[in-house]
Write a protein of this length. Structure first.
Length: 156
């Protein structure tokens, strides 16, 4: 049995800043409310996928190879609009670089932002072609977002 979350993410029709109705803790609105109501929050986690090429025992998201599903470009664009510009998106997963369209997803989240942060396990560094693709993506993001932090987690 998979430990992956099977909850389908669905965008709410409410705008950021409005109070939302009480929802169960396994629904994304619950966690959005907790984040948005915190005045200290200057960052939020955006998980593009729960799929990962590794299975780390300490993973806070229970990601792994058996997990599936990912955000769409449209969903990333909506999230980018909902997150206030003063809040830093922390992009992580799963491992987003195993997604075929990860450059498009990252560009959608970086558009109109001053700063983004990404956490990756560095799988893209295992081949020359994957490294070039990752670095090309960072260059594209840099054209629209001046500050980019990339953290490589090599915990496994």
């Amino acid at each position: 049995m998979s430990t992956c979350s099977q909850t389908k993410w669905e965008p709410s029709k409410h705008r950021a800043g409005q109070m939302r109705t009480q929802v169960s803790t396994d629904h994304w609105d619950h966690w959005y409310n907790k984040w948005h109501m915190s005045t200290a929050s200057r960052a939020c986690i955006v998980r593009l996928t729960n799929k990962c090429d590794q299975r780390c025992e300490h993973c806070a998201f229970a990601s792994g190879p058996e997990c599936h599903g990912q955000m769409s470009v449209e969903m990333c664009e909506q999230i980018n609009q909902w997150i206030p510009k003063s809040v830093l998106p922390n992009i992580m997963g799963g491992e987003f670089t195993i997604l075929p369209n990860y450059p498009d997803l990252l560009l959608a989240l970086a558009r109109y932002r001053d700063h983004i942060h990404m956490v990756t396990n560095g799988i893209w560094g295992h081949s020359h072609a994957m490294t070039i693709r990752f670095l090309d993506t960072i260059r594209q993001i840099k054209q629209i977002c001046p500050k980019i932090n990339v953290a490589v987690s090599t915990d496994n």
